[in-house]
Design a protein around this ligand. Structure first.
Ligand code: PLP
Length: 473
């Protein structure tokens, strides 16, 4: 494909995406086909001779698009949002076109420096503590996901807890990670990959009313472990837990971590984006105690997957934990000590130019536009929650400080599961579920920039009608 052929095909692809977004609301949110339908519709192997892009676009229309879960659909309320936007797609397109591999400053000076500046911009936008800025000892980096951020934080924490021996001896004694019972599953996975073993993570109990970690329970767990010869390595606190968006009390947790010299990582994968709004920054109180922090612009900040923003207070510790220097990567810039090499801040060596999509997003929306996006999500969630509260058949299952509402029928688990099935079967909206204090609970998470009052009201109307049928039956 020469540049002129690329130009022509590229316009066709951009047209296809714009048409997809324009017509999204008319599609069912999820695929109606059984497993295997896509594989059965594809040929057994590639064609002998090349095909034009139009042939691929035709198959996108007939084979792929009808069998997607449409995450950008205005009626998609499942899990947490994973939204993209025009500027994000365009930034990613430039990144693909440049094809730069930014493992070292030397292999992509602008790739590295734009990333450093974007993470400093983001730190300012969220009003994160000064200690995370690259202008001091800290700094930020883009990871593929919050899961990777937790893994990298766990490795740095082990490095610290072992006073550097972990690099040499591996896991030479028993270490432990702590999170609440509501901490994300990626924390357990990180501990497993890091070699902490089956009981590597202690699930600290939460306050049943708030679903937030109980600091006294954390202290008890740390003290019991120390008494048993286990070394506490890392506490992962959460701002916006996956089930209910509970916020762990960082000031108290931070004080305990400081007392026992334990690394504090704060996982704000979804709710971190809320801090672009000053009125939601209460959720980040106490963050100055954290050694590391992450949030996913790919969830609620209009930046397409993958883009996790991860900061450390002391980049030296992280780099020392992860750096390996083979001969073939030696270069004058690294040896000068004047540059950052992001390969030392992550698990893989190679990395693409993800800062570009952040740059496009931040410049297109500006601070005002990003705040408006978050405020719209919160207002729509409030609107939905008001419907729930006003109807005696339903109850809220948790507080809704951000854009997630957890609710259920005042009935058992089975009627609630059936309610979810019936509403999702309409294809108009898509919600998911969790359990709160053991009880089946529906979740409605707002995040798509295409979602308006219309879809939120439609979700409520569908739920209300399905509840009527269910309770009557
Ligand atoms: N942490 C929390 C609190 C989450 O809610 C999620 C996903 O929803 C994750 C971590 C994992 O995110 P990622 O897919 O970026 O690894």
């Amino acid at each position: 494909m020469d540049p002129e052929e690329f130009r022509r095909a590229g316009y066709a692809v951009v047209d296809w995406i714009a048409d997809y977004w324009t017509t999204l609301g008319q599609r069912p949110v999820t695929s109606q086909d059984p497993p295997g339908a896509v594989a059965a519709a594809l040929p057994a192997g590639p064609t002998e001779r090349g095909e034009p892009v139009e042939a691929v676009l035709a198959d996108l229309d007939s084979v792929i698009a009808p069998r997607l879960t449409h995450w950008q659909h205005p009626g998609f309320f499942g899990y947490f949002p994973a939204n993209t936007s025009g500027p994000s797609v365009l930034g990613d397109l430039v990144s693909s076109g440049l094809g730069v591999q930014g493992m070292l400053w030397a292999t992509g000076p602008a790739c590295t420096e734009l990333e450093t500046v974007m993470l400093d911009w983001l730190a300012g936008l969220l009003d994160l503590p000064e200690r995370f800025r690259s202008t001091g000892r800290g700094g930020g980096v883009i990871q593929d996901s919050a899961s990777s951020a937790t893994l990298v934080a766990t490795l740095a924490a082990l490095h610290r807890a072992s006073k550097g021996r972990w690099r040499v001896d591996g896991i030479d004694r028993r270490y432990r990670a702590y999170t609440s019972t509501q901490g994300h599953s990626s924390i357990e996975k990180a501990a497993r990959i890091a070699g902490l073993g089956a009981d590597g993570v202690r699930a600290v109990e939460v306050d049943p009313r708030t679903q937030a970690m109980r600091p006294e329970a954390l202290r008890t767990a740390i003290e019991a472990d120390r008494a048993a010869g286990v070394t506490p390595a890392i506490v992962v606190a959460t701002i916006g837990t996956t089930s209910t968006t509970a916020v762990d009390p960082l000031p108290e947790i931070g004080a305990i971590c400081a007392e026992y010299g334990v690394w504090l990582h704060v996982d704000a994968a979804y709710a971190g984006a809320a801090a672009v709004c000053p009125e939601l920054r209460w959720s980040h109180a106490g963050l100055e105690h954290a050694d590391s922090y992450c949030f996913d612009p790919h969830k609620w900040l209009l930046t397409g997957f993958d883009c996790d923003a991860f900061w450390v207070a002391d980049r030296g510790e992280l780099i020392e934990a992860l750096t390996v220097m083979p001969e073939f990567l030696r270069n004058a810039a690294t040896e000068s000590g004047a540059v950052l090499d992001y390969r030392d801040w992550q698990v893989p060596l190679g990395r693409r130019f993800r800062a570009l999509k952040l740059w496009f997003v931040l410049r297109w929306y500006g601070v005002e536009g990003l705040r408006a996006h978050i405020r719209t999500g919160v207002a729509l969630a409030d609107r939905f929650a008001e419907r729930i509260e006003a109807d005696d058949r339903f109850e809220l299952a948790a507080a809704h400080p951000f854009s997630l509402v957890c609710f259920r029928l005042r009935a058992g688990d089975e009627p609630n599961a059936e309610l979810l099935r019936r509403v999702n079967d309409t294809g108009r909206v898509h919600l998911t579920h969790t359990r709160v204090e053991g009880r089946y609970t529906l979740r409605l998470a707002v995040g798509s920039p295409l979602t308006t009052e219309k879809q939120v009201d439609e979700a409520w109307d569908l739920l209300s009608a399905a509840a009527e049928g269910l309770l009557a039956g």
